[in-house]
Design a protein around this ligand. Sequence first.
Ligand SMILES: *Cc1c(COP(=O)(O)O)cnc(C)c1O
Length: 374
Amino acid sequence: MARAWADISLEAVGANVRALCERVAPASVCAVVKADGYGHGAVPVARAALGAGATWLAVAQVPEATALRAGGIVAPVLLLSEPRPDEVDEALAARVDVTLHTDSLIAAVGRAAADRPDGSPPVQVHLKVDTGMHRVGAAPADMVALARQVLAHPELDLRAVWTHCAVADEPTRPETAMQLERYEACLTDLAAAGITVPLRHVANSAAALLHPASRYDLVRCGIAIYGIAPAPSLAVGLPLAPVVRLATEVSFVKPVAQGEGISYGHRFHTERDTVIATLPIGYADGVFRRLGELGQEVLIGGRRYPMVGAVTMDQIMVDVGPHAEVRAGDEAVLLGTQGDEQISPEDWAVRLGTISYEVVCAIGARVERRHLSS
Ligand SMILES: *Cc1c(COP(=O)(O)O)cnc(C)c1O
């Protein structure tokens, strides 16, 4: 058995996807499973999402698409960034819908598409317009020329024009409406040039839930399908079921006298005679080093106990108090519920001054993912 494990509730993924589908209808749901499904396991999450009504999947990198195909998944998979030139053949072999926004990559994908055997289906292209995120994407003024370049290749289909929101998780800020205006203007330019765009998509989870005008034909939801709000304590108006439960077993328990230093640097000293429990999970597994000095709690026997001292690479220490009945072998929960208590990725994110995305993506490769269907 692994020293630490992450139980992934595929039932919860399904419930979240069903709730999203209902909320955004008639738009469809694209389940974003990049970065190994935000650390939850891309193939099982993808299957659960498709089973619950998602009709599309999205990934960030070509090998992630290849892994979905190797896992037997046949649904449309959108590649969210341009492939590197040396990945184009792999991307086409994985039958991805490919995001493009530069003339050089359109040319490269057009050439690679033409080099395939006769009778190969057209490659589906989603042109990306930058309406204000300023990460990747073409300038709105270049979109008509890029669309014409795609249409000039008989092996390429222009399936979609899309963009990405920068501040959708801050509902009072004006930039999202401004981005939607720029996107609309781009669609108007394309229509005026006689170019048909079959599919429009803009929204991430935050936009899909908080900005109904951004839903268009398809919403690209990641964080919400994992049961997490896009920003801590953001009211999204949708019940989201927690998906991940990160746990381990107490490996060692010993009494420690008052005044003793704990862990590297001895940054924590016991204030009384107490009992320290050691858990075989550390920052290499995604328990951020600072959580120790911040006194983040863990759950043992349905009670909350603080981490003490620095988190080490493979182990952490927990002050379970002088009278605790904690034994080696007891289950310890770092994220999720135990008894009546719960610790969420949001709790860690708030303490660390980061976002829950980073918390779940950081769960390390040594942590065994156990996918539970019920
Ligand atoms: C990651 C990503 C998403 C999903 O975002 P969430 O906030 O997790 O819903 C959608 N679109 C693009 C382009 C992304 O990179």
